[in-house]
Design a protein around this ligand. Structure first.
Ligand code: R1P
Length: 286
């Protein structure tokens, strides 16, 4: 039950203080690395690693191959904290628990949240390897009432009914488009991400429905983190790496698999890392 994982403000603060007491810097940027994108952390200098299992009150990743640690250090002149990697609803945690690290970041003093994920392209114009800047989301898990904000609302985090307009900061998207152009990234996309519960991949009929309602890419994460970040006033920048193509046609079936996700992540890791670094550099220059 969601309620089981609800912890009070003071307990979130205790986790934040525990981490702060063990690190040398005070991060202002939080990064959540998507599947296959853990190498984003390789750009962090003076890196200090803390395993999730060594942080009292922190969840622990259960996905095979996931590292499960915080990487704290400097990136482009700013102190950052990166999650390598995240918690998914399908792992058995409530959304409240999956998104708990976002609140921990907030109480550590973090101001910006950079979110990445591996997603499947629903938009027929999308190709495997494309980068999609996320402009908005459709939170299928949340629409029916399963929200990381369910339960008592503590105003110290944010209001009971937070708006989701501009949850993905429009100015950061505009800036990223300029950076992508400078980098020569071919055909960067801007689109709508859809969060489904997983862990099964989408059926063909589901993909056709998602296409009809305006989804560009689909995955099993991100929206609950962004809802939580928007609630507590973090500025969010997010992008998806398109690691597979969804099937929209019974005559052209696609069979997404985990190895493909990891391989595409590997082939695009340096581009994703550079985009992230340049975004952080631009924030440092603000
Ligand atoms: C599927 O291979 C996994 O990759 C994506 C999907 O959501 C799913 O968890 O992971 P991230 O969203 O964490 O990148």
């Amino acid at each position: 039950k969601s309620e089981e994982n609800h912890i009070p403000y003071e307990a979130v603060k205790a986790i934040a203080d525990n981490i702060l007491s063990r690190i040398q810097v005070k991060p202002v940027i939080g990064i959540i690395c998507g599947s296959g994108l853990g190498s984003l952390t390789e750009a962090i200098t003076n890196a200090q690693n803390i395993e999730y299992k060594d942080i009292p009150g922190f969840p622990v990743s259960t996905v095979a191959g996931h590292v499960g640690r915080l990487v704290v250090g400097m990136l482009e002149g700013l102190p950052v904290l990166a999650m390598q990697e995240r918690f998914h609803y399908y792992e058995g945690y409530s959304l409240i628990k999956c998104a708990r690290p976002v609140r921990v970041m907030k109480l550590m003093g973090i101001e910006y949240l950079m979110v990445t994920n591996a997603a499947s392209g629903i938009n027929p114009a999308y190709k495997v390897g494309d980068i999609m800047l996320i402009r908005d989301h459709i939170n299928f898990v949340g629409i029916s009432g399963n929200s990381p904000l369910r339960g008592p609302n503590d105003e110290r985090f944010g209001p009971r009914f937070p708006p989701m307009t501009d949850a993905y900061d429009p100015a950061l998207i505009t800036r990223a488009l300029g950076i992508a152009e400078e980098m020569g990234i071919q055909d960067v996309k801007v689109g709508t991400y859809c969060f489904l519960g997983g862990p099964n991949q989408e059926s063909i009929a589901e993909c056709k429905m998602l296409h009809t309602i305006g989804v560009d890419a689909v995955g099993m994460s991100t929206a609950h983190e962004v809802v939580t970040a928007q609630h507590c006033g973090l500025k969010v920048f997010a992008f998806s790496l398109i690691t597979s193509k969804a099937s929209l046609d019974y005559e052209k079936k696609e069979y997404a698999n985990r190895a493909e996700v990891v391989a595409v992540g590997k082939s695009r890791e340096s581009t994703c890392r550079e985009l992230m670094c340049r975004m952080i550099k631009s924030i440092a220059a603000e």
